[in-house]
Write a protein that binds this ligand. Structure first.
Ligand code: GAR
Length: 269
């Protein structure tokens, strides 16, 4: 028997992945329920669709927060439990030589937005937080307050490329412009970097000479709508286990990688 899970979703735009997840809960593919949908963008089209389904929605307006904070760099706006040095040491979006002012300003502004996000999601008893086209990187400030059980990540993301290739905001566009013969999408757990967390599942499609950015987005999204519910179903069945695997090469060199192991379905007796 699997436990019914409560799912929270964050979106920034049209929310077609959100639709696929809600449908998969409704038709029983996922033993779960979407209990809230939040957005950084008040104009996100998915908010209205979720509202029509009776799902509670909320907005934390990141753009407004960034504007306000830039014009008013008042430290009293920062959450009381914000520890800049801790967050800065953990994050891996920025390289070590990144301009210090830029990094600090980014982490401080994000902590203000993320503290509000945490306040919004706190009342909901969610098991899994799903990023479905949420176009903001989450910093360690937020991640550590959601991933509270050691070794049990519970924030998932879908990315429109075969990671680790083409992280960032335009996965399909970058894949197409590079001239790749294959494109795809990836579902992964979130870690402290940009699109760098342990990979749960991937799907690929061929790219031909007659393709355009629009046609590969179409092919990719169709695969995303299958892959995301499938990965969430595996999570709901408690079959995803993040493990560190080590190998010794013939040369004697030691290699370590982080892998999401997918457990076999337990045999019902
Ligand atoms: C999807 O293609 C998703 O992979 C991508 O945004 C789109 C959202 O579509 N996500 C990212 O690029 C995250 N960095 P949707 O709002 O229709 O689900």
């Amino acid at each position: 028997m699997t436990k019914r899970i409560n799912i929270g979703i964050l979106i920034s735009g049209s929310g077609t992945n959100m639709d696929a997840i809600i449908n998969a809960c409704e038709d029983g593919t996922i033993n779960g329920e979407v209990i809230f949908v939040g957005s950084d963008n008040p104009e996100a089209r998915g908010l209205e669709k979720a509202g029509k389904k009776g799902i509670p929605t909320f907005v934390v307006n990141y753009s407004e927060i960034t504007r306000t904070f830039k014009n008013n760099p008042d430290s009293s706006l920062l959450p009381a439990d914000f520890d800049l040095e801790d967050i800065r040491a953990k994050q891996s979006f920025f390289k070590e030589n990144a301009e210090s002012d830029k990094v600090i300003s980014f982490l401080r502004t994000r902590a203000i937005a993320e503290a509000l996000l945490i306040e919004k999601i706190k009342p909901y008893p969610y098991d899994l937080l799903v990023l479905a086209g949420f176009m903001r990187n989450l910093t360690p400030y937020f991640i550590d307050r959601v991933n509270t059980a050691p070794g049990k990540p519970r924030i998932m993301n879908i990315h429109p490329a075969l990671l680790p290739a083409f992280p960032g905001t335009d996965g399909y566009g970058d894949t197409f412009r590079y001239g790749c013969k294959v494109g795809g999408c990836t579902v992964h757990f979130i870690d402290y970097g940009e699109d760098s967390g342990p990979i749960i599942g991937q799907r690929a499609f061929p790219i031909t000479e007659s393709d355009s950015i629009e046609s590969i987005k179409k092919k990719g999204l169709a695969l995303e709508w299958e892959l995301y519910p499938e990965c969430i179903r595996l999570f709901s069945e408690d079959r995803l286990h993040v493990v560190k695997m080590t190998y010794t090469l013939d040369s004697g060199k030691f290699v370590q990688r982080t892998v999401v192991k997918i457990a076999q379905v337990p045999i019902e007796k």
